[in-house]
Design a protein. Sequence first.
Length: 598
Amino acid sequence: MKNKEGKKKKTSVGGQAVMEGVMMRGRTAMATAVRDADGIIRIESERVTPPEKQKKILCFPVIRGMVSFVMSFVTGMKTLTRSAEVFGEGEPSKFEKWMAEKLKINVMSAVMFVSVVLGVALAVGLFIVLPILARRGIELLVGGGFAFSVWAKNFIEGGFKVLIFVGYILLISIMKDVRRLFMYHGAEHKTIACYEKDLPLTPENAKTCSRIHDRCGTTFLVFVIIISILVSALVESLFAVYGVSVERIWRVLLKIALLPVVAGLSYELLKALAKTDSKLVLPIKLPGMLLQRITTREPENEMLEVAIAAFNKVMELDADPSLPTEKFAVPEKCGEVTKRVQKRLAEGGIGEKAEAEWIVSIALDIRRSEVYGDTLVTPKKAEKIDGLVSERLSGRPLWYCVGDTEFYGYKIKTDERALIPRCETEELVGAALRRIGAEDEVLDLCTGSGAIAVAIAKKSGAKVTASDVSPEALSLAKENAELNGAEIEFVESDLFSALGERKFDVIVSNPPYVKSGEIAGLQREIREFEPLLALDGGEDGLEFYRRIAAEARAHLKEGGALFLECGDTQAKEVAAMFEKTEIISDLEGKERIVKAEF
């Protein structure tokens, strides 16, 4: 497709496939987009020096190609390393920890350095030493001191380079990870082609575009092999004029020394041929284009989305120099995340370590004892943790932020419709269960979240009725009963008012017991977020106990029992309201439960 002037739309943006992503480089910026283990596209961008601001000598023909070759290698390795960090899966080994702590060495950096050294050595061995040895082998087979001419030597060695290069590409393309890399390579080409065809940048449009591109690095490498044959032959011919024969280690060193010049010339050839679609130059382009059929594969739509994200980011940065750059969100060690959460909470006035530990353990579904470990936390999970912390810093109770808690071994949903179930209430349930039989009828008075009713119904098998004056609390209690598969009858009632003449074997209740005058002094998370209706126990905090004491006998069967939770200073006053009572202490030795027999 051509624009209004009749010319094909062009862009100077080029790219590179990386691990599960694509890097795109424009005139003033580069951006790498990677899809992480959670399926989220992460982007990292940075500014680069545009050509017009570089030193003039670096912009001269051939020299700019040399610089581009070196910079592409450095940038490519750096980008590959950064893209790999996005997938930092697994726990560091003991050796990695020891290296980091004792020697202050980053194992990943060390591995990448060794990989670069080995990679360069492999490249020299495969594409310089091996072709020379192959050519020497042919000469030895012919025998009689036979030696090829300078030009013949280089063309034979060049032929072996081509065979080795194509064979190497075919061999590595068998590997699953390399195939995916080639698919991202295809996504990079299709994205640029889609833009140059002036189509809207969508995966669907890019899918229809060619994965072969004039400025591809694969074509560049083909040019490097071809030009290296010519340059090496020319230089050796000049040596031959002076009677100098270049062999053995000197031949290897010469070819390495000539590589920058070869790269510079190849760059200029690639750049020049990319400017024309003339069929006259097609024979020169064809080898590289054919090889691109191997080094690129048809990408998935998700891969095209990644390439488009990188391309769009570069275009935005090129268009607006004021736009900020960004860094990858990469996995963090769990222990570091926990310490960061503790610091944020402490700065917000919440200094309890336990809160940070609970937030991290719940968000990651791990034990609290594991939150200081080296297990890696993905950016998505870290964002979930940060969201919980921000919500907690607003004053909202932790268990409302989390959305549920555990009570007596059962998962209970929590929100502002009812009080958060407390661990001391489990003592009330335990005391009641020691009295309740499977045939009993039980009433949970002031059920709130329904936690008590759920625990008793599930543990005893008794027939349970739960009542509350708040329709909001009852709706939450019903959800919790359904969540836990508990069969419970729910009744909206102000204590016993809607229960008529029904009688029960056991009544259990945790009614409001905070003195009205003390509510203002409660913690902010309680007084501002938990329902006042479930807290206010009247002037002395005993209003509901007096009402229960007056009406309970009418709703208990002969020999029935009543179990009440109360404040840690109220047990004796509550017990005095009944004839036959027992005060039960909680695990901390506080008198919190009153049992009344009828």
